[in-house]
Design a protein around this ligand. Structure first.
Ligand SMILES: NC(=O)c1ccc[n+]([C@@H]2O[C@H](COP(=O)([O-])OP(=O)(O)OC[C@H]3O[C@@H](n4cnc5c(N)ncnc54)[C@H](O)[C@@H]3O)[C@@H](O)[C@H]2O)c1
Length: 436
């Protein structure tokens, strides 16, 4: 009980040293949250470029500006390092490393294992370890707990362990760390209590659940919910296209229902680090229980086919204008996976780009947030902002509806537009203007 009391006191007095392992889209805003909360924070990342950048006051995450990084350094409570020996100084160790999928769509938890390896090599007695990376149900109990319990250390007594999913929505100005409730599940009641205390210091609402596994599953439910509903509305978009019904008008009408309906939009781009990947963490685990998670697989199939649907529409639109794809110049607007952000991880805009190039189309892109992309090892730069040049393209395809785009100029200069995002309001479908 002694170690529990010690840590409890340190957290309540804001004297606990908060460690964040993995300083990306999730870790960096968390660092900011704890600095604002008055804690001393040590951030560790194995990418030394990132460490160097943060130590020179430069951010690489849109939601945390360079100004903010500099302000945090001024508090003298922020330490950024690539040296894992800093783990020895941490009272709370929060793991925010990536959890991608392997090519086979199986979970790749190697980053968690590597971070865990760095922790178990060091002194974490009396510390609270929290996993925030999205992962399959059971990871904390089946993987982290046995490793951390080596050397006869007892959870709830010698160290503490919990899972708390991250819900950050990059680019969301309305909901950030403070006003997004945090779900927390510890291995023992002591672990849950301490983890709840840590987050209560910086978050308005903490929702406690009975185990890390429930917390892990709740995060996956949230993302499966989005993936399945986007899959549903994507399928409806394909049907509406065939029936010549405007799916956007249908959605706008259904959205007026004040209860029992939640609006989702179709699109070519279901990207980001979460929605295209996380559901497969659950379906993989389900298979180990001889259970086939059909909704997840079906939504994955429908959403994964959207880039191919977009290509077939591009063929059709060019054909209507007496053009062939191999002799056309096409400009893609938007490489980021969603509007107004600079994140292009898992962005199917890249798939659309590759599919067009493979079909012989001369393809360029313009995205004010993404200066360059890499296709088959080749660096391709975004064209410069010059709307009058749009008239040089046979087709402009809007893949991401950034607010920064000047849609009046796009309308003025484009010969033909394929607007997969309903970004241009008030235009009727025609030979020169087509929607998803
Ligand atoms: N990005 C989001 O919107 C979001 C939202 C909710 C949850 N998540 C989840 O949070 C986790 C992290 O995602 P992210 O978007 O921050 O990823 P990211 O790639 O932006 O950041 C991860 C960071 O971890 C570092 N790293 C990798 N291995 C490490 C190691 N062994 N030790 C120390 N640092 C290491 C990387 O260099 C990188 O800076 C993932 O599980 C993701 O699914 C992400």
């Amino acid at each position: 009980m002694e170690k529990y009391r010690e840590l409890e006191k340190k957290i309540s007095e804001r004297k606990a040293v908060i460690g964040v392992v993995g300083l990306g889209y999730v870790g960096l805003p968390l660092v900011e949250g704890f600095i604002q909360g008055g804690f001393k924070v040590i951030g560790v990342d194995n990418n030394l470029q990132k460490v160097k950048s943060l130590n020179s006051g430069k951010s690489y995450v849109q939601d945390v500006s360079s100004e903010t990084i500099k302000k945090m350094h001024k508090t003298k409570r922020l330490f950024i390092s690539g040296d894992f020996n800093n783990i020895n100084k941490m009272d709370v160790i929060i793991i925010c490393v990536p959890t991608p999928l392997r090519k086979s769509k199986d979970p790749d938890i190697s980053y968690i294992l590597s971070a865990l390896g760095e922790i178990t090599k060091r002194n974490y007695q009396g510390s609270l370890v929290i996993l925030e990376s999205t992962t399959y149900p059971g990871t904390t109990e089946e993987i982290l707990l046995p490793e951390l319990s080596k050397d006869k250390l007892k959870v709830g007594k010698d160290f503490f362990l919990a899972f708390s999913p991250e819900r950050v929505d990059p680019g969301n100005r309305r909901f950030g760390i403070k006003n997004t409730p945090k779900v927390v599940g510890g291995i023992t009641p002591q672990c849950t209590k301490l983890a709840g205390m840590v987050y209560s210091s910086i978050v308005d609402n903490v929702h406690v659940v009975s185990s890390p596994t429930v917390a892990e599953t709740s995060k996956l439910l949230e993302n499966v919910f989005r993936s399945v509903n986007i899959g549903l509305v994507n399928e409806l978009a394909l049907l509406c296209n065939r029936m010549k019904i405007d799916v956007w008008e249908v959605i706008a009408a259904a959205s007026t229902k004040p209860f029992g309906f939640m609006t989702f939009y179709p699109g070519p781009v279901l990207g980001g680090h979460c929605i295209p990947l996380d559901p497969f963490y659950l379906s993989w685990k389900a298979r180990t229980y001889d259970f086939n998670a059909r909704f997840i697989e079906l939504a994955g199939e429908i959403n994964g086919n959207m880039p191919y649907y977009v290509i077939s529409r591009i063929y059709e639109i060019l054909n209507r204008n007496n053009k062939t794809i191999s002799k056309s110049k096409i400009l893609l607007l938007g490489m980021a996976y969603k509007g107004d952000i600079d994140d292009m991880r898992e962005s199917p805009s890249l798939d659309v780009f590759k599919l067009l190039v493979a079909r012989g189309a001369k393809t360029d892109y313009f995205d004010p947030y993404i200066p360059s992309i890499e296709i088959h090892g080749k660096k391709i730069k975004s064209i410069a902002e010059n709307y009058s040049k749009l008239k040089n393209y046979d087709l402009i395809v809007i893949l991401t509806g950034h607010k920064k785009y000047d849609y009046t100029k796009i309308k003025k200069f484009a010969k033909c537009i394929y607007d997969t995002r309903n970004a241009i309001k008030g235009l009727k479908e025609s030979k020169k203007y087509c929607k998803l």
